[in-house]
Design a protein around this ligand. Sequence first.
Ligand SMILES: Nc1nc2c(ncn2[C@@H]2O[C@H](COP(=O)(O)OP(=O)(O)OP(=O)(O)O)[C@@H](O)[C@H]2O)c(=O)[nH]1
Length: 338
Amino acid sequence: MSKVPVIILSGFLGSGKTTLLLRLLHEANRHQLKPAILMNELGQYDVDGGTIHTDLPGASIEKLLDGCICCSKKVEVAQSVRRLLDQQPDLLFIELTGVANPEEVADALTEPYLLNRVELKHIVTVLDAEWVLDYNSIFNTDRQLVHTLRRQMEVADTVLINKTDLVPSSHLPKIEKAVKKQNSSAAIHFTKHSEMNMEGVFAGLQPIVLSAPVVKRSFKVIGSVRKQEHTANHHHEHEGTEKSFSRVQTLTLPLAENTPITLKQVERFLKQWGGQLLRAKGYLTLSNSDGSDNRLVQFAGSRISWQPTEYEGSSYLVLIGIDLDREQMEQEWAKLAN
Ligand SMILES: Nc1nc2c(ncn2[C@@H]2O[C@H](COP(=O)(O)OP(=O)(O)OP(=O)(O)O)[C@@H](O)[C@H]2O)c(=O)[nH]1
C-alpha cells in the first residue's frame, strides 16, 4: 500500500500557519487530492477548526485541543493519525501549536502501526517577519522556548518569512541571513498572508490508488479530543527528552450570551497586558449601533484584526501567553462583561 505523505506546519504563535493551511487545502483541492488534517491547539476551544470549517466545509479533521504534541499527546497524535488514515486521504497536514517542536511529531509518526502507512514529506516553518529576530531577547528567560523556536527553523525544509508587509524591505535580508545561519538548506520564501508558489510542496504528490474501492470524499469532523485547560505553569518534565514548551499557558474567557460588549472594549482589554500576552483568538458577538454581529478576533504580534464569521456558538476569547496573570485577567474580563 502506498504511504500517505505528511506535511507538518510549524511556526510560532500567530505567524501564519492556519493561513498557510487554508491555502494548502485549496491547492490540494485543485490537485484533486483528498486531504486529512490534524490540528493541535493550545486552548480549550477550537478556533482554527472553526475557520477551516467555514472555509472548507467538512474536510476530515482531527483536533487535539489544549495540549502540546510532546508528552502524553504523542499517543493521542498517533491514534488521531490512525483514525485519519482510515478515511483514506491522499495526504495529511499536521498543524502544530506555535510552541511545539516538529521533531516530536515526526517521532509520533514512527509508532509501529504508523511507520508503514505514512511518509513525512515536508516540514514547513512559518516565521513572523515582524518579530522573529526579537525572540531571543523577548524570551531570554525561557531557554526552552528559545530552543524550540530555533528547532522549528532548523528542522524545516521550507521556511516562509511571512508578514513581509509589516516590515521595511531593508529588514528582510537580515532575517534571511539569520534563517540561513540556522538552516542553510531550506527553501526560503518571503510571503504575505502565507501566499507562495506551492509547486515545490506538491511536487510528486498524486492521488493514492487504493486496492479497495475509493470511499466517497468524507466531509465531516471525525473526532475531537478535549482536555482540561492548563491551570498552572505547564512544565514538561521528560526524562531524557526535550521539553516542547515551558511557561506558555492558555486562559479561556467565556462571555455569557447577550452580554453587550464593543470592539473598543475588547481591544482595550487585549492591549493592557504587555509582553505576557502572546496571542489571543476568539469568537465574540459584538454590540454596535445596528444591533449585534459575530466576529472572529485575532491578536498576534500585538496587532488586532477582526473578521466577520458565521460562527453562532457561545462567545469566548482564548488568551495564550507567558506567566499569565490569570486572576487579574479574569477579573478585568468580568468587569468588562458586567
Ligand atoms: N499583516 C499580515 N497579517 C497576517 C499575515 N499572515 C497572517 N496574518 C494574520 O495574522 C493572524 C494570525 O494568523 P494565523 O494564520 O491564524 O496564525 P497561526 O500561526 O495559525 O496562529 P496560531 O494557531 O495561534 O499559532 C491572523 O489575523 C492573520 O490574518 C501577513 O502576511 N500579514
